[in-house]
Design a protein around this ligand. Structure first.
Ligand SMILES: [Zn+2]
Length: 357
C-alpha cells in the first residue's frame, strides 16, 4: 500500500465518526466535580433545571405543572464527594411557591436516599455524613403550586462546579418514540459539552441560549441541521448511526455560534463546528488528511483540520477570534492577515506542506 493510500485508508476509518460520550476523565482532588440536574417534572416557561444550581439565586427552576408527592428534583454528581453542607432555597424571587411540605435527601450511591432535613418556610439545610453522590428535593404532599427551586448550595471539597452556562435540551421524539432513549442520551451529552462549547466560542457581551429544542423527524432526509435554537435530526439516519452523537454536538455548536449575518463563508462556519466537534469533543484526534485532499476551504472536518493547524502554529485563540468576528458580522478576508500576518491562501498552502512531511 502506498503512503498516500495508507493516509486515505486512515481517513476513511476515521470517517464514520462515531465516538459517543467519552468516558469521564478521572479527576484529581483539586478538580471540581460536575453535576447533572434531573426532575420528574417538566420545565415551565424557560425556567430550566440548571438554573437551580448556577450560583445565582435570582434565576430558578420552575416546574410547568403543580408538583406532587411522587415528584423529585435531583442533582447527581459525576463522582461521590465529601459534602460539608447542603442548603436549598425554594420559592419565587417575588415570593410565593415556597416548598413547605418537603424533604431534602442525600444519597451515597445515587440510588438509595435518606432524609437530611425537612423544609420549613421554603428552605432546608443539613450536614451529610460521608460522601454524597446525589442530592434530592422531594415534596411530601401534593402541592397547589409548581416546584420552584431558586438555588441549591453545596459546600464540598473538592467542590462541585455550578452550571456557568445553564442549558436545557428539550427533546421531541413524537415521530419516533422508540428513539426516546437515544435522543435523551444525545441531549445529555450535548448539555455536558455546552460549557466547553460556550468557552471555546466566548465573545464580549455574548450570552448563549439557555434552551435548545432537539427534534427527530421522520420526513427529514439530511443528517441534522440547526437554526434559531432548534436542532432537527433525521430518525432514519440516527437509527442507522446511533454512535454518531457527535453530529448533535456539531449542531449544538451552530446554536452557540448564533451568526445572524450572511457574510460569513459557509466553509468556515462548518469548519468551526467540526473543529469543536473533532478537536475538542471527540475522544480520538482525527488522522492527518492526505495533502491532496487538504483544501483549507473544503468545509467540515477538512477546514476543521486547517483551523487546528492554525491554532497549533499561530494562535491557540484563533478559532475564538474568528468566531467573534463572524458573530459580530465583521468577517472579511483581511481577518486572516490581521490574526496571522498572512492571507488565507498562503496559510492553506503552508498547511498542505505540513501534511506532506
Ligand atoms: Zn453544520
Amino acid at each position: 500500500m502506498s503512503r498516500a493510500l495508507a493516509h486515505i485508508a486512515l481517513f476513511l476509518v476515521f470517517s464514520p465518526a462515531g465516538a459517543a460520550d467519552p468516558a469521564p476523565v478521572p479527576r484529581t482532588a483539586a478538580k471540581p466535580a460536575t453535576a447533572v440536574a434531573e426532575s420528574s417534572l417538566a420545565t415551565g416557561s424557560g425556567q430550566i433545571r440548571q438554573f437551580a444550581f448556577d450560583g445565582d439565586p435570582n434565576t430558578y427552576f420552575a416546574s410547568e405543572k403543580n408538583a406532587t408527592k411522587a415528584d423529585h428534583f435531583t442533582l447527581t454528581f459525576d463522582t461521590p464527594v465529601p459534602v460539608k453542607s447542603v442548603r436549598v432555597a425554594t420559592g419565587l424571587p417575588k415570593g410565593g411557591a415556597k416548598l413547605d411540605a418537603g424533604v431534602l435527601e442525600v444519597s451515597a450511591d445515587g440510588k438509595a436516599f435518606e432524609e437530611l432535613a425537612q423544609f420549613a418556610d421554603g428552605a432546608a439545610h443539613g450536614a451529610p455524613k460521608g460522601k454524597v453522590k446525589a442530592v434530592r428535593v422531594r415534596p411530601t404532599d401534593d402541592l397547589k403550586h409548581p416546584l420552584v427551586i431558586r438555588e441549591i448550595t453545596v459546600d464540598a471539597d473538592p467542590r462541585v462546579a455550578v452550571f456557568h452556562h445553564p442549558i436545557e435540551f428539550v427533546v421531541n421524539v413524537a415521530a419516533a418514540p422508540d428513539m426516546k432513549e437515544w435522543a435523551n442520551n444525545a441531549a445529555r451529552v450535548c448539555e455536558r459539552q455546552y460549557p466547553m462549547i460556550c468557552e471555546e466560542l466566548a465573545s464580549d457581551g455574548f450570552a448563549p441560549l439557555t434552551v435548545i429544542q432537539m427534534t427527530l423527524r421522520a420526513d427529514y432526509n439530511g443528517v441534522a441541521e440547526a437554526g434559531g435554537g432548534r436542532i432537527t435530526g433525521s430518525v432514519k439516519y440516527f437509527k442507522a448511526h446511533p454512535d454518531d452523537v457527535g453530529a448533535m454536538v456539531h449542531e449544538t455548536v451552530h446554536c452557540v455560534q448564533m451568526y445572524r449575518g450572511r457574510g460569513n463563508p459557509g466553509w468556515l462556519v462548518e469548519g468551526v463546528a467540526d473543529y469543536i466537534r473533532f478537536f475538542k469533543y471527540e475522544a480520538t484526534k482525527p488522522r492527518p488528511l492526505p495533502p491532496e485532499r487538504a483544501k483549507y476551504d473544503g468545509s467540515y472536518r477538512t477546514s476543521a483540520a486547517f483551523l487546528a493547524f492554525l491554532a497549533d502554529t499561530y494562535d491557540p485563540q484563533i478559532v475564538r477570534k474568528l468566531n467573534a468576528a463572524m458573530r459580530a458580522g465583521k468577517y472579511k478576508e483581511d481577518v486572516w492577515k490581521d490574526l496571522t500576518g498572512k492571507p488565507v491562501e498562503d496559510l492553506g498552502r503552508e498547511w498542505q506542506k505540513s501534511l506532506a512531511k
